[in-house]
Design a protein around this ligand. Structure first.
Ligand code: ADP
Ligand code: MG
Length: 198
């Protein structure tokens, strides 16, 4: 694989489209175990990114990632904005001196910096029923050159079996069982969108 700034930007544009197309679904997932706004939050953030992107026309991967990070941090009201924003700030730093990403393994190292920022900010560990439950196995698979739709989808579905330890769903205790975590579902969209470019 070779991911230049062109593919990186195409990936994020695809992700934005997937968020828009799944906005209702993501907010529906957030209704029984949250406040029903995850789809709208993410769609607002991605729309802000697209506007800033058009205004600034970034020409490097790092500048592109930074525009997304800033849009998500500043325009999304929910917990997910600062968390995804931190992830893309970590990615911004990881690709600071990289013109293009040459392998799935290298992309895995980059995404791992994003994951670490999510965990630094949100303090969620594996099995806490958050987006981290998709990022952890997706990053591990990338680092081995083995990311597939199944890896990501299985990880998202698995969150239904968990009791939440972080975020709004944690107030529900056992009642969260049976419900997929909305942030895990939006993270599935992010990593599935990536598959086209591997
Ligand atoms: P809010 O909960 O503020 O309404 P959203 O609905 O947009 O924000 O996002 C909820 C998602 O954020 C959850 O489904 C979960 O995946 C993620 N999340 C919440 N808290 C944390 C955390 N501490 N660490 C990682 N992810 C978290
Ligand atoms: Mg919410």
């Amino acid at each position: 694989m070779k991911m230049t700034v062109t593919e990186f930007q195409a990936w994020l544009a695809d992700f934005g489209q997937a968020i828009e197309a799944n906005k209702g679904y993501l907010s529906e997932l957030d209704t029984p175990i949250g406040d029903g706004d995850h789809g709208n939050n993410m769609a607002r953030g991605m729309a802000a990114y697209e506007a800033d992107f058009a205004a600034k026309q970034p020409t490097s991967i790092t500048d592109t990632a930074k525009i997304l990070a800033m849009a998500l941090i500043s325009k999304v009201g929910g917990a997910s904005g600062p968390l995804y924003g931190s992830a893309f700030m970590g990615i911004t730093k990881a690709v600071k001196d990289i013109v293009e990403i040459d392998s799935q393994e290298q992309l895995g190292e980059v995404m791992e910096q994003g994951l670490q920022m999510i965990q630094l900010r949100g303090k969620a560990a594996a099995e806490d029923k958050t987006m981290v439950d998709v990022w952890l196995p997706a990053v591990a698979a990338l680092k081995k050159g083995q990311l597939t739709e199944t890896v990501v989808h299985t990880a998202k579905e698995h969150t239904a079996e968990l009791v939440a330890k972080k975020g709004r769903a944690s107030y529900l205790g056992e009642r969260a069982i049976g419900h997929i975590d909305p942030g895990a579902a939006s993270s599935e969209l992010l990593f599935v969108a990536l598959l086209k470019y591997l």
